[in-house]
Design a protein around this ligand. Structure first.
Ligand SMILES: *Cc1c(COP(=O)(O)O)cnc(C)c1O
Length: 389
């Protein structure tokens, strides 16, 4: 019998790996928790669990205020943040520096709010001065990403918050921290973020399905006079529920059970270490991708994912498809104007240096197959030097 060999045949065992900035890989401990028998969400056991998760979430969000838990994707929390805290006649300022900034813009407009937009070139971040220049008008809320995942770019939230405190302290600061919370230092209270949003499938190392939002006293106060129609995504009602270690509706119970495991992992490691691990993986990935001959795409790179442009001759979609088919690695591509041109390598959540080195090796190899002189061995050694392995 002849042995039929092809690289793709390795994948017959279906070992696959996600390098996407959401969803991200699951730790074994989380997978085990997801498989436990279901418990009732109105039982004392669940209340006890939610009490623990509530305290843990406050630590991860670095807040004394409550963090509500919603069974929805991240976008649901973005929508609820606006519909729960604003009035129909309010004016909103949105920073649009990529797909997720655009989402805030569309959401705000869909809710019928008067929406002003600061349009930022992809790969760049907004400056505090650009925000300040807009504040002659009165805004009920400023909506911005901490980490714009579509371009792998950070916005300077702390400095922006200071500008708001100085020029427009009544404006709510609503931050989409979906690829920031649990990956980088973003202290909700210290930075006076009124609503800080995150989602389960990113740094929280869980499947998609849960979203979280911390709510400041100022935001809670504004919610009392909010008149935008809402029902499921009512932050005020969820806030009342979490005070009793409950959610308003049936939550994704298994995800909450697994959340407790994931938060325990993050807090056992310690947030400073979690943040420096993400920083180090990001720094090493940037160095290695540069060594492969790619061009980094962001002027203020995120700790969540590294966006880089492929050489012009490469069709990015085919390149990433080949890597997926041959290696079983799903690496995110560029979206919209960056589609087919950029890759986005995730290092957010449950990754080690060795995971990322696999992705870098695969990319180097496929670049060579496309006729690009790219030194995989050098890129890997640059990665290890930078990571200090
Ligand atoms: C993933 C992500 C979201 C949420 O997307 P969903 O698909 O609704 O979970 C929002 N903002 C940013 C910055 C993200 O990375």
């Amino acid at each position: 019998m002849t042995l039929l060999f092809s690289a793709a045949r390795f994948l017959s065992m279906k070992k696959r790996f996600l390098f996407t900035p959401g969803p991200t890989p699951l730790p074994e401990r989380v997978m085990e928790a997801l498989g436990r028998p279901i418990i009732n969400h109105r039982s004392q056991d669940f209340k006890d669990l939610l009490g623990k998760v509530r305290d843990q979430l406050k630590k991860v969000f670095q807040t004394k205020n409550e963090v509500i838990i919603l069974t929805t994707s991240g976008t649901g929390a973005m929508e609820g943040a606006l519909s729960s805290s604003l009035k129909k006649t309010d004016r909103v300022l949105v920073v649009n520096a990529g797909k997720f900034g655009e989402r805030f813009e569309k959401l705000s407009k869909a809710l019928g709010l008067e929406t002003d937009v600061i349009q930022i070139e992809w790969g760049k971040s907004v400056t505090p001065a650009q925000i300040e220049a807009k504040l002659d008008k009165k805004y009920a809320a400023l909506c911005i990403q901490a980490s714009e995942t579509s371009t792998g770019t950070l916005h300077p939230i702390e400095a922006i918050s200071k500008v708001l405190q100085k020029k427009s302290p009544e404006t709510l600061l609503i931050v989409d921290g979906i690829t920031a919370v649990g990956a980088m230092n973003i202290p909700a209270d210290e930075w006076k973020i009124d609503i800080l949003i995150s989602g389960s499938q990113k740094a929280f190392m869980l499947p998609p399905g849960l979203a979280f939002a911390s709510i400041s006293e100022k935001a809670l106060e504004k919610m009392k006079s909010s008149d935008i129609p809402k029902f499921y995504l009512d932050f005020q009602r969820e806030h009342k529920s979490i005070l009793e270690n409950q959610t308003a509706f049936t939550p994704a119970i298994s995800l909450v059970v697994a959340l407790h495991e994931a938060l325990t992992m993050l807090l056992d490691e310690g947030l400073p270490l979690v943040f420096s691990r993400h920083e180090k993986l990001a720094e090493s990935s940037r160095a290695a991708l540069k060594a492969l001959g790619l061009t980094l795409a962001s002027e203020a790179p995120s700790v969540a994912c590294t966006a880089a442009f492929l050489p012009n001759s490469i069709n990015g979609k085919t390149f990433l498809k080949n890597i997926r088919d041959k290696y079983g690695f799903t690496i995110a591509g560029g979206q919209d104007e960056w589609e087919g041109k950029a890759i986005r390598l995730s290092h957010l959540g449950y990754y080690t240096a060795f995971d990322l080195m696999n992705a870098i090796a695969a990319m180097g190899r496929e670049l060579n197959r496309e006729g690009i002189k790219s030194d995989t061995a050098k890129a890997l050694s640059v990665f290890m030097d930078t990571y200090d392995l």
